[in-house]
Design a protein around this ligand. Structure first.
Ligand SMILES: *[C@@H]1O[C@H](CO)[C@@H](O)[C@H](O)[C@H]1NC(C)=O
Ligand SMILES: *[C@@H]1O[C@H](CO)[C@@H](O)[C@H](O)[C@H]1NC(C)=O
Ligand SMILES: *[C@@H]1O[C@H](CO)[C@@H](O)[C@H](O)[C@H]1NC(C)=O
Length: 288
C-alpha cells in the first residue's frame, strides 16, 4: 500500500514538459506577409513553447508571456532606400524584380545583424534551439540551420518559387505549372507555356549562377565559414509550409516535405450586432 502511495506521489511530482525552444526569423517588411506568420508564433507560444521571434511586425501583446519578440521595424526603412515606384511587372522584367528583391533582402539581414538583440541570439551555442522557423523566401536564413544545428522549417506566405521547391526535390514541368512570380495561374495556353518555360529557365540560371552563390557567401559570413554550400543546406530543410488558398490553387503535385496550409490569418468571426431596421412604408420607398 505504502509503495503505491509513494509511486502515486512521485508520479504527481513528475510532470513532463514538452515545450521546445523555437527561434522564428522573418524579414520581409510587409504586413500582408507577416499576417500569415504571426498566428503561428502566437499559437506555438500559447501551447507552452518558448518562442523567440525576429520580426518587422511584432504583435506586442503582453499577455503572450512565452513569446519574446525582437522588433525589426527598421527593415521598413529599406523600402525608402530602394526605389519601389517601378517595382511592377509592367515596368520591369521578373529578373529585375528578383534582383531588386535580393538586394533588399541582403540589406535587411545586414541591418538586423547590426542590432544588439540579434548579436545576442547569434552568440547562443549550438543546439540551443530545438527548432528554427524561417521565412522561406530568404536563401540566407537557411544558414541558421547550420549555425544552431537544429531542424529547420520554412514558411512561405504565398506559393513557392519553382527554384526553391526544386531544391526540396519538387521539380515541376514548366509547361504544366506556372511559377508564382509570372502571375499566371491554372491551365496555361500555348503562349503562356512558352513564357513560363522561358521564365523558369532564366530564373534557374539567375538563381544557380548568381543569387545562391551570393547568398552562400553572405550566409557564411554570418553563420560560419565551415557551412556546407547553401543549396545543400536548403535541401536539408525538414519541412516547408506554403500558404496557398485551395480555391485559387492549381493543385500541383508536391513531395511530402512541402505542405500547404491556409486561412491561419483569418480572425474569428463574431456574430453581427442586432440592428433595428425601420420598416419604411411602401409609399416612401416608391418615391425613390
Ligand atoms: C507559457 O508556457 C507554459 C508552459 O511552458 C504554459 O503552462 C503557459 O500556459 C504558457 N503561457 C501562456 C500565456 O501562453
Ligand atoms: C555582424 O555584426 C557584428 C557586430 O556589429 C560584426 O562584428 C560582424 O562583422 C557583422 N557581420 C557581418 C557579416 O557583417
Ligand atoms: C543536414 O542535417 C543533418 C541533421 O541535422 C546534419 O547532420 C547534416 O550535417 C546536415 N547537412 C547539411 C548539408 O546541412
Amino acid at each position: 500500500m505504502r509503495k503505491i502511495l509513494i509511486l502515486t506521489v512521485l508520479s504527481l511530482l513528475h510532470s513532463e514538459v514538452y515545450s521546445a525552444k523555437i527561434l522564428a526569423w522573418t524579414f520581409f517588411p510587409s504586413i500582408s506577409h507577416q499576417m500569415v506568420f504571426r498566428p503561428i508564433w502566437k499559437e506555438l507560444s500559447l501551447r507552452g513553447h518558448e518562442v523567440t521571434v525576429v520580426t518587422p511586425d511584432p504583435l506586442n501583446d503582453p499577455t503572450l508571456t512565452n513569446l519574446t519578440e525582437i522588433d525589426m521595424k527598421v527593415a521598413y526603412q529599406v523600402w525608402k532606400e530602394i526605389d519601389i515606384s517601378n517595382f511592377r511587372r509592367e515596368l520591369m522584367t521578373v529578373f529585375e524584380i528578383e534582383n531588386r528583391f535580393r538586394r533588399m533582402h541582403e540589406r535587411i539581414i545586414h541591418i538586423m545583424n547590426e542590432t544588439e538583440e540579434i548579436q545576442e541570439i547569434l552568440r547562443k551555442p549550438e543546439n540551443h534551439f530545438d527548432l528554427i522557423l524561417i521565412e522561406a523566401l530568404s536563401p540566407i536564413l537557411y544558414g541558421l540551420q547550420h549555425k544552431f544545428k537544429a531542424p529547420l522549417i520554412s514558411v512561405c506566405s504565398l506559393g513557392n518559387s519553382q527554384y526553391l521547391t526544386h531544391l526540396l526535390g519538387n521539380s515541376m514541368h514548366p509547361a504544366l505549372y506556372s511559377d508564382i512570380l509570372t502571375g499566371m495561374f491554372g491551365k496555361l495556353n500555348f503562349m503562356e507555356k512558352i513564357e513560363n518555360t522561358y521564365f523558369i529557365l532564366g530564373s534557374y540560371l539567375l538563381n544557380k549562377l548568381f543569387i545562391y552563390p551570393n547568398a552562400d557567401r553572405i550566409a557564411r559570413s554570418y553563420f560560419g565559414q565551415d557551412m556546407p554550400y547553401i543549396e545543400d543546406v536548403v535541401k536539408n530543410t525538414s519541412l516547408m509550409f506554403a500558404n496557398v488558398n485551395p480555391i485559387f490553387s492549381d493543385h500541383r503535385p508536391l513531395v511530402l516535405n512541402i505542405m500547404e496550409f491556409s486561412k491561419v490569418h483569418f480572425v474569428e468571426r463574431k456574430p453581427l450586432e442586432k440592428v433595428r431596421i425601420l420598416a419604411l412604408p411602401c409609399e416612401i420607398i416608391r418615391q425613390f
